[in-house]
Design a protein around this ligand. Structure first.
Ligand code: GLC
Length: 747
């Protein structure tokens, strides 16, 4: 045994030595190259341009700049021949032959589109997220793309914000785990592999807190919340080896992110030792003028360079002003060198110096069977069953179904936001699926509305007769893709157009009604629920959404998704999120005074609690909620100990039983609460989740290990540590778990 241990320590030592040797070799290459570069060439590396050409010889418009070493990166160039042509100029015609890094937003797929990230988050499955990113990396690198701008890990608590679609939702723990998984998928084990692309964690930082859910708006995140909520996923993903990071558009407390030296230098570089590229967002540097933080582009370049933004996306402040700023001593050449080293280090890691060109004879893997199967699996696992009464689901193959709604056959909309390179012709919609794989189903298709925003109800009579001639109505509603994503915030998140009327009309027939929603955000569907016997919610499910939805509706797959974000009753309740502070007056019951008939009640009749008189304090559906065709029971929650010394650990064990006769998968969630802290702590925090599959009637002990490090937070001294004291611990199937245990952390 001792020999075995000795050998493993020896091997570990060897691998650490070889990693160190590789790092040293890389640094000497970077330093040697920088030492040969002129100031102009260094500044050229810090300049990223967007490509606007449409055919190969359009690259001629960029030849001079590339040849003179004025461009370090091109984005939005996806034609392999053009990429090779651009690379040839850089490598063979510029003085030092430094290759370009080619960027593209491949957010949830390049050709084969997976569910939007908010949907992938609903799977609570890092393997789903990693697989999706792997497929995207393979499909994009083979075309010559070497850098993508994902994962977006902005904590998002406001469904009015269109970019909640790109996020993993409201929880820092889940976002961190899934962000790490996405980086693993994109970057693989070796960035220089022909199947890897550099990931980019974004947007640094706090963008998801845009005031009013209005995109690009200011954020007002105080230091403790910044650390404990918004920065945690970035810290996790930097630790996991994210190659690059993008600054955000917002000013936080008056400081635009691209000029935030504290975040970019103190936190990112000094505390977290990040050694990759920091790239600005699209013109976010120049927008510091609009913010009122810089007086002109020269001032922009000075602020951003001294703050630590390495590369400028498209606004050309650096290329036009940095040389003068260095000559005036306003920006040191040492700062420029640091930025350039970060850029070159990433290019070396990507293997661009050794293999700058993409072979033109690679057979495209786009839409391959294995990629489409992976997208279907992801869409199945990303769907959330919100309601299923009278066992209307799963459907039976012998039922005649009326397929209704504007999203039943909407190949473009089904893909969701941030889809630049996929062809909608490859989308398999629910109607396509009934024409192919599920062609045995007896159905009648009557959209009723032409698109989600349509208010023309002229065809409702056809809808009624279609449903009257059927056994059950399946209504596909939701949001067109354009209604979510960047710059697409909404001040009303009810179902748009006449879709709610469509559901009501369907219910008026007296037939069972199944509502299938495809959207880019949580919606206020409270007013629709009474008219639906079942609701299956899909955050835009991607290319294979059609087959996935029918697999779920017919029980070929059993829904297992859980909400990664809270669904509110009314938009006026926003923000509601599960990991909130308790306040001094937490509401304990909903008192809807507007529904009461008492008059002239006394001032304190409803109790002075934190709630709304007309919509209470409870959400419509809480974080972590999701139904299944199975039913699961939790029992016998036990802790291995009720006291843990600082630095120690314990086990939390619960019995999970599938009390139905249908095999199903449950996302078992573990939450804690720190009852007293040096700053107030949330009423619940997710600290673990496991997906457990049980056959009907099967029972299993589910075990979590909790260390005191898992309980740490940033307090008044901005140091992350665990404080001794009393804690609650819950394990359950949502953020409203029923079983609670207690433990104490001791010195
Ligand atoms: C956009 C987005 C950012 C994206 C970048 C490049 O404005 O904010 O997320 O990666 O520009 O397209």
């Amino acid at each position: 045994m001792k020999i075995k241990k000795g050998v493993s320590i020896f091997l570990l030592g060897l691998s650490l030595l070889s990693i160190r040797a590789q790092q040293n070799e890389l640094e000497s290459k970077v330093n040697s190259l920088v030492s040969k570069m002129t100031l102009k060439e260094k500044i050229g590396q810090m300049n990223q341009q967007s490509y606007w050409g449409t055919k190969v010889d359009d690259i001629e418009q960029y030849r001079e700049a590339i040849k003179e070493g004025k461009v370090g990166s091109l984005l939005n160039i996806v034609d392999t021949e053009t990429i090779n042509a651009a690379q040839k100029i850089a490598v063979e015609e510029s003085r030092l032959g430094i290759p370009l890094i080619i960027g593209r937003d491949v957010i949830h797929g390049f050709k084969t589109i997976f569910p939007i990230p908010l949907g992938q988050a609903a799977s609570f499955d890092p393997r789903v997220v990693e697989t999706g990113a792997r497929v995207a990396a393979i499909e994009s690198r083979e075309r010559g793309i070497t850098w993508t701008f994902a994962p977006m890990i902005d904590i998002s608590r406001d469904p009015r914000w269109g970019r909640i679609a790109e996020s993993f939702g409201e929880d820092p723990f889940l976002t961190g785990k899934l962000g790490v998984a996405m980086i693993r998928g994109f970057q693989g084990n070796d960035l220089s592999s022909p199947t890897s692309v550099a990931a980019c964690i974004k947007h640094f930082a706090g963008y998801g807190a845009s005031e009013g859910g209005r995109d690009y708006n200011s954020t007002h995140i105080p230091p403790y919340q910044m650390r404990n909520v918004y920065l945690e996923p970035f810290r996790e993903t930097v630790k996991a080896g994210a190659a690059t990071l993008m600054t955000s558009f917002n000013d936080n407390d008056g400081i635009p992110a691209s000029g935030n030296e504290f975040l970019l230098k103190e936190v990112l570089r000094k505390e977290w030792s990040f050694d990759g590229i920091v790239v600005s967002d699209w013109a976010s540097m120049a927008e510091m003028i609009t913010h009122g933080y810089a007086k002109d582009l020269k001032h922009v370049a000075e602020i951003a360079a001294n703050a630590g933004t390495d590369m400028e996306m498209v606004s050309e402040a650096y290329i036009g002003n940095l040389e003068e700023l260095v000559n005036e001593g306003k920006v040191s050449e040492a700062s420029i060198d640091e930025a350039v080293k970060n850029i070159l280090r990433t290019k070396f890691r990507l293997g661009l110096f050794d293999n700058p060109y993409i072979p033109l004879n690679i057979k495209s893997s786009a839409y391959s069977d294995s990629h489409m199967d992976a997208a279907r699996d992801a869409a199945v696992k990303s769907a959330v069953l919100l309601k299923n009464e009278n066992s209307v689901l799963p459907l039976h193959r012998d039922q005649k179904i009326a397929v209704i709604g504007p999203m039943a056959n909407a190949p473009h909309e089904q893909l969701g936001t941030w889809v630049f390179d996929a062809e909608k012709e490859h989308t398999i919609t629910p109607v396509n699926t009934l024409e192919t794989e599920y062609s045995d189903v007896n159905y009648i298709y009557e959209p009723g509305l032409k698109y989600s925003r349509d208010t023309d109800t002229l065809d409702f009579s056809k809808v009624i007769s279609a449903i009257n001639s059927s056994d059950v109505a399946v209504i596909f509603v939701g949001e067109e893709a354009i209604l979510s994503g960047e710059a697409h915030s909404l001040s009303d998140i009810n179902l748009v157009g006449a879709q709610s009327d469509l559901i009501k009309v369907a219910k008026s027939t007296g037939k069972p009604v199944v509502v299938v929603i495809m959207a880019g955000r949580p919606l206020t569907i409270g007013r629709d629920l009474p008219y639906a016997d079942a609701v299956l919610f899909n955050f835009h499910p991607g290319t294979m959404g059609g087959p996935a939805i029918w697999d779920l509706l017919y029980g070929k797959a059993n829904p297992s998704g859980k909400l990664p974000v809270t669904f509110v009753n009314e938009i006026g309740q926003i923000p509601i999120y599960y990991n909130h502070n308790n306040t001094g007056r937490p509401a304990v019951e909903d008192v809807n005074i507007l529904g009461q008939d008492e008059l002239e009640t006394e001032q304190t009749s409803v109790g002075n609690k934190s709630m709304y008189l007309n919509s209470g304090y409870e959400p419509l559906f809480p974080f972590g909620f999701g139904l299944s065709y199975s039913t699961f029971e939790y029992s016998d929650l036990k802790l291995s100990s009720n006291t843990i010394p600082l630095g120690g650990k314990m086990k939390a064990i619960v019995r999970l039983t599938n009390t139905s006769n249908v095999e199903g998968t449950e996302v078992v969630q573990l939450y804690i609460r720190d009852l007293v802290g040096s700053i107030v702590r949330p009423v619940k925090e997710l600290k673990g989740f496991q997906k457990i599959t049980l056959k009907g009637g099967e029972s299993k002990l589910v075990e979590f290990e909790i260390t005191t490090d898992d309980l740490a937070f940033y307090g008044k001294d901005s140091v992350k540590k665990t404080e001794p004291g009393d804690f609650y611990l819950w394990i359950g199937g949502s953020s409203n778990p029923e079983h609670r245990a207690e433990f104490t952390v001791i010195e």
